[in-house]
Design a protein around this ligand. Structure first.
Ligand code: NAD
Length: 299
């Protein structure tokens, strides 16, 4: 049993921390939102009054925060995790953030003698709850080896992608591909609807044909064919459109600095921007079906 500090107990962090508790770890958690903290406590977690207090309580510290600015705020400075962690603690950031922040924060941790990995995830809230996430990890081999037993309690596939920042690189590429395939799936179903072909019929054909993809078979953006998909719950997130837009911006920023051509990634970023501007931000990213159909975001 390890002592684990867990900061960021939202849609993903909440169920991930619950799986660590189920695996008999002693987990001390903190979140800014009181309801997230009380849900964590209901699952058997020990609550801390602040992020530095949770950090000080762990041999391993896991963070699951919205984006780069929150990661910098929580890790750096006199009251940050790096300053308040106990000697030899292992730092694991599972948030999806920009590669530069991931590398900069890991470098600060190294200066303080602490190992840190970036370990963003794929698999959504369903995977977080079931403990079947995919972790893509950037950092030293020895830090990866130390983290593996903890990550295995929250995920099924744990991949060492390379040096610091490599996990974030894999994650933004994955999400850029996912956004483009989700929009293409929405367009196909919207076109079929206009032409009078029922969604279930299109699904039965395409899910076993060459257009098959996870956006369709795991997360179908029209209600019916995949009962667990957010489309059956008025697009309640899941993975919010606002977070998808954040990841698409990260991919565009990285593509710009690397000189990579990503025209579909750019188009996807523009469409998600339109959807978010129209009020779709808090809804699941598959709710972009409403934009493609020209429905209102909350219809
Ligand atoms: P979320 O908004 O539900 O959770 C983030 C939590 O961090 C919130 O509860 C918030 O209160 C807390 N927080 C923010 N600043 C804090 C601080 N200073 N101290 C303590 N807590 C703080 O978001 P989420 O859906 O859980 O996503 C978290 C990360 O995981 C994001 O980077 C997202 O892109 C990524 N991700 C999400 C999904 C998904 O399906 N939701 C899937 C893969 C990756």
């Amino acid at each position: 049993m390890a002592k684990i500090g867990f900061i960021g107990l939202g849609n993903m962090g909440g169920p991930m921390a619950a799986n660590l508790i189920k695996a008999q770890h002693h987990v001390t958690g903190f979140d800014l939102v009181p309801s997230a903290l009380s849900a964590f406590s209901g699952n058997g977690g020990h609550t801390a009054a602040s992020a530095p207090e949770a950090a000080g309580a762990g041999e391993v510290i896991v963070t699951m925060l919205p984006a780069g600015p929150q990661v910098r705020a929580v890790y750096l400075g006199p009251d940050g995790i790096i300053a308040r962690a106990s000697k030899g603690a292992l730092l694991i950031d599972c948030s999806t953030i920009d590669v530069d922040t991931a590398r900069a924060v890991a470098a600060e941790a190294a200066k303080a003698g602490l190992q840190m990995i970036d370990a963003p995830v794929s698999g959504g809230t369903g995977g977080a709850t079931a403990g079947t996430l995919t972790f893509m990890v950037g950092g030293e081999e020895s830090a990866f080896a130390r983290a593996r037993p903890v990550l295995e309690k929250m995920g099924r596939t744990i991949v060492h992608a390379g040096a610091s920042g490599a996990g974030q690189t894999a994650k933004i590429c994955n999400n850029m591909i996912l956004a483009a395939s989700m929009i293409a799936t929405c367009e196909g179903f919207a076109l079929a609807e206009k032409l009078g072909l029922p969604a279930q019929t299109l699904f039965d054909i395409c899910s076993t044909s060459t257009s098959q993809c996870w956006a369709m078979t795991g997360y179908c953006p029209v209600p019916g064919p995949v009962p667990a998909a957010p489309s059956n719950r008025d697009y309640a997130a899941g993975f919010t459109a606002a977070n998808m837009l954040k990841d698409l911006r990260l991919a565009q920023q990285a593509a710009g600095s690397a000189g990579a051509a990503t025209p579909l990634g750019a188009a996807a970023a523009n469409l998600y921007q339109l959807y978010v501007d129209g009020g779709g931000g808090p809804f699941d990213f598959s709710g972009i079906m409403r934009l493609i159909r020209r429905d209102k975001p909350a219809d």
